[in-house]
Design a protein around this ligand. Sequence first.
Ligand SMILES: [Mg+2]
Length: 103
Amino acid sequence: MLPANMELNELIKYVREMKKRRGFDGTSIEQEMVLFTEEVGELAREVWEVARVGAVSAETRRNLAFEVVDCLIYLLSIAGMAGIEDIEQYVVEKERINTRRFE
Ligand SMILES: [Mg+2]
């Protein structure tokens, strides 16, 4: 069951404002996509570390979580740049489709 309040829309607003405040709002959506891909690579490196060690320590979990957050920030940034204000509506809509398809 989907959570009632994901607050992803608030995160989109936060990311947009944070980028302005830090002067990171001059990128194109294509540049943002490249930066997102870079973060996916960093996440892959952390996942690889978990697989290599064969266990998740508190430090590894923290590092992995930070890379998930970096990816999330870029994803929501791309959504915001594309004019998506209500991503929560799309989560509900897409999950309805996925439920019909896979359940
Ligand atoms: Mg990172």
